[in-house]
Design a protein around this ligand. Structure first.
Ligand SMILES: [Zn+2]
Length: 188
């Protein structure tokens, strides 16, 4: 991925960040090109020892992408991740509260598929609080990203109903097959 942001338009990028509601912070070491905070997420652009911009932290990559494409940055901010330690704590609490089934599709999630869903999105003021959080497959979460909280719950209800019907139907088939098998055993 190439970023058209460079030292020549860095000042313009800073102004743009401020216009998006970000706060510029002081770099804490010589390897930081830029450090800023937006919606509780700290983002950093680093340079390596040779001076090349080498890595991004927080939502720096999202901000640069929006800047270079002339887009507003709000949608990128929704996807801004929780800090690792905080995320792990929420995941543990949500697993204890809800179990390991996806909020949307009700199927079991593997650990590497987990994502934290904000029922009311961050951009609409939804807090990082357990009452606003649920666990979902990363894919399911992304697909539901544009839905309102009410639509999300409707989707969940629909999938749970479908899942339950699916299970009872296959159990029914299994039971019927078993019965036929028993019948044939009895016949012969
Ligand atoms: Zn799912």
């Amino acid at each position: 991925m190439s970023h058209q942001l460079n030292k020549h338009n860095l000042e313009r990028f800073k102004g743009w960040l401020i216009a998006q509601g970000a706060t510029l912070l002081n770099p804490t070491n010589q390897y930081e090109v830029l450090r800023f905070e937006h919606r509780g997420v700290t983002s950093i652009i680093y340079k390596n020892a040779k001076g090349a911009w080498s890595s991004m932290v927080g939502d720096a990559a999202g901000a640069i992408k929006a800047f270079t494409k002339g887009r507003s940055w709000t949608t990128e901010a929704i996807r801004a991740p929780l800090g690792t330690a905080k995320r792990a704590k929420y995941v543990t609490e949500l697993l204890a509260r809800d179990g390991n089934r996806c909020f949307f599709c009700n199927r079991i999630m593997q650990e590497n598929e987990l994502s934290i869903e904000h029922l009311v999105p961050r951009v609409h003021g939804g807090p990082h609080h357990l009452s606003n959080l649920a666990l979902a497959h990363r894919d399911c979460n992304q697909q539901a990203g544009h839905l309102s909280a009410v639509e999300k719950i409707a989707l969940r209800e629909k999938n749970i109903k479908k899942g339950v019907d699916g299970i009872s139907e296959s159990n029914h088939h299994a039971a019927t097959a078993k019965q036929q098998e028993n019948n044939s055993v009895a016949t012969f």
